[in-house]
Design a binder for this molecule. Structure first.
Ligand code: NAD
Length: 472
């Protein structure tokens, strides 16, 4: 069997031979990826169910459809994406062909996490293929059924010459990272991201990091409390709370909390029945270790469990849980919860809530949510916070659009993807001036011997006008 360096060397040879460059090749690979999704839906649903007890509905919506849509979006737009992006010129370059050409990096590495184990490998892959790269794919070993499925299916559908799945855990990935890649796209925790960056630094490899963080949800002013509760419950407990964009904690007044709690109870009962443990629509925590971690945070919390709290270790089950009387020093507020536990923190004004979020800059949120039917409140939250993405009066939905970039800010990540943004992420933006040999008399103003009059002419010909945003 080939070792990592042999795989990377083989892909680099193929890349240099130009195999991945033609538009027809990229389209054929994207169509093959679409066929993989369409032919194997049942196997995918089954693997995700084995890994995370993921209900079919959630698997189709958040892993299959999102990937299918992104592939179709790329197929439909690739021709336009591959066109040069012409830029403004100045007098000195007026007759040149000045454009940005997006060119592939070469051999890229895509490392995925376990919570959306299919999506987190295949969505970046769409961008890598569209941009003309070869790719090594490293799915999470924790979601083992999906890892194995990807390892089986990818070589059956895509070019084995250009795309390789490699399986393994942390130690194996560290060895893989000793090789030089031309771009690394990593999804996972902030802790591991640091070692990815260190490994990338050795080769000066550019990196995209899609990380986690605590996503706050601010609920202020007046609003439809029942709809708010339903949307919070849906976005929090989807995938058993193991979503990087799940609302991690709520901030609201004591009065709103008291109105919200019965509405959350009602929404939970409506969604999952009287006993969520028996409900097919409630997923499971991925491993015993992760179950222990979430339960540990809950047990250490000084808050009061007012909804849920039940658990079953042998099933890796944790009931949808709400905890009140939580403050910023609580165990539930030190790190991303990544499970079905929702703390509510009461602060009496939206200004205090904004300060609370901003005081946790090391937790710069991947997504931030604000619920209110007062535009002023929504604007206040939006204008005075920062986050990777923002959605008002709902959760998660902003990440379903291939037309919006998806990514973090600060500690929640760097770079973005989805749709055109994935293509852009996996492309080098090559600044090109195609010029001929004409107009040498004009060009000659720059040559020595230098003179003040030539300098004045050049300044005039190359200066960006103060009053205009275009070059000329
Ligand atoms: P994980 O444990 O599956 O690790 C992610 C990947 O890193 C895996 O492929 C794993 O094999 C590899 N890995 C683990 N340790 C390593 C090491 N020491 N060196 C090199 N590679 C190593 O997943 P995780 O890290 O537990 O993922 C959960 C985190 O991912 C959460 O914080 C979540 O918010 C975040 N996340 C972010 C996004 C996003 O799009 N921003 C999406 C999903 C998950």
């Amino acid at each position: 069997m080939e070792n990592h360096s042999e795989v990377v060397a083989r892909l680099r040879t193929v890349f240099r031979a130009g195999v991945t460059i033609p538009q027809e090749f990229r389209l054929a690979q994207l169509r093959a990826l679409l066929a993989l999704m369409e032919d194997n839906e049942a196997l995918i649903v089954d693997a995700l169910n084995k890994d995370l007890g993921k209900p079919k509905f959630e698997a189709v919506l958040s892993e299959i459809e999102i990937v299918r849509n992104d592939i179709c979006f790329a197929i439909n737009n690739l021709k336009t994406w591959l066109m040069p992006e012409y830029v403004g010129t100045n007098l000195a370059t007026k007759f040149d062909d000045c454009s940005i050409r997006r060119t592939p990096f070469g051999v890229v590495l895509i490392i995925g996490a376990w919570n959306y184990p299919l999506q987190l490998i295949l969505l970046p892959l769409v961008g890598a293929i569209a941009a003309g790269n070869c790719a090594v794919l490293k799915p999470s070993e924790i979601s083992q059924a999906t890892e194995q499925l990807l390892a089986n299916l990818i070589p059956k559908y895509l070019s084995k010459e250009c795309y390789v799945v490699t399986c393994g855990g942390a130690e194996d990935t560290k060895k893989l990272l000793e090789n030089k890649f031309d771009h690394i796209f990593y999804t996972g925790s902030q802790a591991v991201a640091r070692s990815i960056l260190r490994a990338a630094a050795d080769h000066l490899t550019p990196v995209t990091l899609e990380l986690g963080g605590k996503c706050p949800c601010l609920i202020y002013g007046s609003m439809d409390i029942k709809i708010t509760a339903k949307r919070v419950v849906w976005s929090k407990y989807f995938n058993c709370g193991q979503s990087c964009v799940a609302p991690d904690y709520l901030l609201c007044t004591a009065e709103t909390r008291d109105a919200l709690l019965p509405a959350i109870r009602e929404a939970l009962e409506e969604f999952y029945g009287p006993d969520p443990q028996k409900c097919q629509d409630v997923g499971r925590i991925v491993t015993d270790k992760h179950w222990n971690h979430v339960m540990g945070l809950l047990e250490k919390s000084k808050g009061r469990v007012v909804i849920g709290g039940e658990s079953a270790r042998e099933e890796k089950y944790i009931a949808p849980t709400v905890v009140v009387d939580v403050d910023g020093s609580d165990s539930l507020m030190q790190e991303e919860i990544f499970g079905p536990v929702l703390p509510i923190i009461t602060l009496e004004t939206v200004e205090e809530a904004i300060d609370f979020v901003n005081a946790r800059d090391n937790q710069a949120p991947l997504a931030l949510y604000a619920f209110s039917d007062t535009q002023k409140v929504l604007s206040q939250v939006f204008d005075n916070t920062r986050s990777g993405g923002f959605c008002s009066n709902d959760g998660i939905v902003h990440m379903t659009l291939p037309t919006l970039p998806f990514g973090g800010v600060g500690a929640s990540g760097m770079g973005c993807y989805h749709g055109w943004w994935s293509y852009d992420t996996f492309s080098h933006k090559r600044a090109c001036v195609f010029r001929g040999f004409g107009l040498e008399r004009v060009g000659a103003f720059r040559y020595p011997p230098y003179s003040d009059s030539n300098l004045s002419w050049l300044r005039w010909a190359t200066t960006t006008k103060k009053s205009s945003c275009s070059v000329m």
